[in-house]
Ligand binder design. Sequence first.
Ligand code: PLP
Length: 287
Amino acid sequence: MPKTNDEQIRLFVADRACHILSSVHESFPGKWIIPVNCCEDVLETLVTSNCTPIFVDIDEKTMQVDQDELTSLLVRYGSEIRGIILIATYGDFSRNEEAISVIRKNSEGIIIDDRCLSPPIISKPKSISSDLILYSTGKTKYCDLGFGGFAYSNLDINVPIVDFEVSSYLEKINQSIPSIDSHKEKLNSIYNSLLPEYIKFPESLNQWRYNILAPDNLTRDSIVNEIFNRGKFCSSHYLPLSDGAFPRSTRISRQIINLFNDFHFTEDDAILICKIINSILDETAVE
Ligand SMILES: Cc1ncc(COP(=O)(O)O)c(C=O)c1O
């Protein structure tokens, strides 16, 4: 399928990104492929719009959908698949293009490029290879305005009207991004310089939060609990959305810890977190 060109692409704005997802699912009900490590809100949106999720595991190294597994699902279900949601895990959408071309070769399904944890890009793209690119500015997102989501799409969908002014909303995003970027850069460089290499994640996955992997000789919770005991906080990735056999998501979700790099955290907080983690690693180091 050719890329959609400029004239066909429209901007959709909603109170939440999920409202845009619902509009798509309601217009294209049926089976949808969804990464099993995705957040519950996305799954709930799908299910409440009378769609059936078909889960796909992820590749542990990239944290994106496993392309071989995706291809075999597309072949197995054929035209029953109405759509595929690609998630930019931790904000990294660099591999979505590759996945989109795999899907286009094997399916007529609608493709959503969900970039809700990525830095939002408000300018209209010249062309898009998916059918909808989605961003969120809701709570805990990269650009956390506490509300709002938007999409660029060629689809004919009905998104509920918002009661805020769209141009001011987009302007607010534009104005907020530089200070968010620079705060994240500062905190990420602290984590980068103070934490050991063997617990780090690839750089491209550290936009939304800074991620580390608990080493094999330690449980994730022993690190998380110690951070909370010392009056600080962090988050961890939930288990897969389905209790089916998704070994890669299951394994990695038990190891990932997300360290904060947003305005709820200062440089001193980041330094303290590194000290806590390093002292646990030292105490438990295998000789
Ligand atoms: C990947 C992803 N897509 C979509 C959403 C929904 O965004 P919103 O809260 O704006 O509805 C979330 C929410 O956490 C998300 O993580």
